[in-house]
Ligand binder design. Structure first.
Ligand code: GLC
Length: 484
């Protein structure tokens, strides 16, 4: 069999540039793959934000023709700190400088350009370095045009598209295809259910990628079975699941892991007191004391919420619940930023109830301290493709109380290492919070639960092996079929 040589590409990768969970995965998955002997390299844009911070060395250049103009690209490179993972950053002043292009159209054009650049870069690697990737691993809509561009160029390389969040699809004008010199007809399937002049980039990827996956088995089932309102690509997902490409056509769900080098309470420099499974009782108590002191809260059972202020994260349900639990004598710490309207509502709650403390900002340091010092973490997501914070919290001995959906359902065993409640129902969340308080009063039961949570294996080891198998299967099926 051909050697496994994988290019992983997407919008962001920690620690270089991170906005959300995708950034974590783009760092920890390649690291885990290289750890089990797979040659995985990563390609992302060289945004100004990265350039100004890191000043990487230029290792080459190439050009592409985009919208009848020639655009030059610089190749910059580095290894991921403390690993052997090779990262490439593609630079182009016009299209790839900004990490947040101003509007939807600009973002569509920007990533159509990036996708073309990645495909040309693959050619460059082959010609100049004799390095021929066997699989291109695309992530989310930003890199979902790569399978189509590869086909158009007649390059038979297997592709996998991983969906981290179906909400973001890259919908916009078909004109993007002109820039790539792709005829409408080549993408005509997309027009189904869309206004004639529009396209859907993620849908394009779902149709053309060799395999489609997502970040948990449950979310894979959810998106392949439910017809989502206003979701023009749900028919493609359902088709892929049911009539797709036989055995491997269906949507594959592989649960993400977390990086155990980063998330380890025994080594974490950002928390007040380090601890492990043997010292957690004292360790968590000391962390909690310092956390509560620093926030001006009294010593009470402490719940937290950490995350983006977005509708997806279920803050509406949390706010509803706050009103219902005012008599419970607890603390609630809310950390995160995002939607201004949601932020304002959260703030109102904090002003009304002194036991609710909110920090409307994104702070990695405070997040670590909150994971270490809270008793429970509330995760009321409306849907959750995977979710990483429940895994992190559990490693820090903080019990998750989460909606029974997607990756939350797949990573939490109800009543054993956390609690699950029916999503979307604040009355159920209230019940789960009361249940959690009862468990905490029963110290034997509570301690067992914390220890089970801390022992649950969320390292990348298992999932990296699953990805490796998947890549191998993809190559096998490419060798036995004529088209990719
Ligand atoms: C997105 C999803 C989240 C997932 C992350 C990484 O942010 O919303 O559930 O954990 O991607 O895959």
């Amino acid at each position: 069999m051909k050697d496994l040589k994988i290019i992983i590409t997407g919008y962001e990768a920690a620690p270089f540039y991170k906005r959300g969970g995708l950034g974590d995965v783009m760092e920890s998955l390649p690291k885990a793959l290289v750890g089990i002997g797979v040659e995985a390299r990563v390609v992302i844009p060289y945004y100004n934000d990265i350039k100004e911070k890191y000043h990487f060395g230029k290792v080459g250049e190439f050009a592409v023709s985009f919208g009848l103009k020639t655009e030059h690209l610089g190749i910059y490179s580095s290894v991921l700190p403390n690993t052997k993972v090779l990262f490439y950053f593609l630079q182009n002043r016009k299209y790839l400088s900004l990490s947040r292009a101003k509007n939807k159209t600009k973002r569509m054009v920007q990533f159509a350009f990036f996708d073309l650049a990645v495909v040309s870069f693959i050619n460059y690697l082959g010609k100049n370095h004799k390095w021929h990737p066997t699989v291109i691993h695309c992530n989310d809509w930003h890199t979902a045009l790569i399978p189509l561009i590869l086909k158009k160029m007649g390059l038979k390389i297997s592709t996998i598209l991983t969906i981290h969040n179906l909400l973001y699809q890259g919908r916009g004008s078909l004109k993007v295809l002109d820039l790539l010199d792709i005829k409408d007809q080549e993408a005509k399937a997309l027009k189904r259910g869309m206004p004639a002049s529009e396209m859907n980039v993620l849908g394009e990827g779902i149709i053309h990628a060799t395999r489609v996956s997502t970040v948990s088995p449950s979310y894979a089932k959810e998106i392949a079975q439910t017809k989502h309102d206003h979701n023009p690509i749900s028919p493609f997902l359902i088709e892929r699941e049911h009539e797709g490409l036989g055995k491997y056509g269906k949507i594959i769900g592989i649960l993400n892991g977390i990086d155990y080098d980063v998330w380890d309470p025994a080594k974490d420099e950002l928390i007040f007191h380090k601890f492990d499974i043997n010292s957690w009782k004292v360790g968590k108590k000391d962390n909690k004391d310092d956390l509560l002191k620093s926030l001006g809260l009294e010593n009470r059972p402490t719940f937290c919420f950490v995350g983006r202020m977005a509708t997806q994260k279920g803050l509406g349900i949390l706010i509803e619940t706050i009103k219902r639990i005012a008599h419970l004598n607890i603390n609630l710490i809310i950390l995160g930023s995002g939607d201004l309207r949601i932020e304002a509502n959260v703030l109102k709650m904090a002003e009304k109830f002194p036991w609710v403390k909110t920090e409307l900002l994104y702070s990695e340091e405070l997040a670590h301290k909150i994971y270490a010092g809270s008793d429970f973490i509330v995760i009321p997501s409306r849907y959750e493709p995977c979710g990483l914070i429940q895994m992190i919290a559990m490693r820090y001995g903080t019990i998750p109380i989460a909606s029974k959906t997607g990756g939350l359902k797949d990573s939490i065993a109800n009543g054993k290492n956390g609690l699950l409640f029916q999503k979307g129902k604040s009355i159920r969340l209230k019940k789960a919070i009361r249940h959690a308080l009862n468990i905490q009063k029963d110290s034997v039961r509570y301690e067992k639960m914390v220890e089970r949570a801390m022992r649950t294996d969320f390292s990348w080891k298992k999932s990296a092996v699953l990805y490796k198998k998947l890549y191998e299967d993809m190559i096998k099926s490419t060798l036995t079929s004529t088209s990719v």
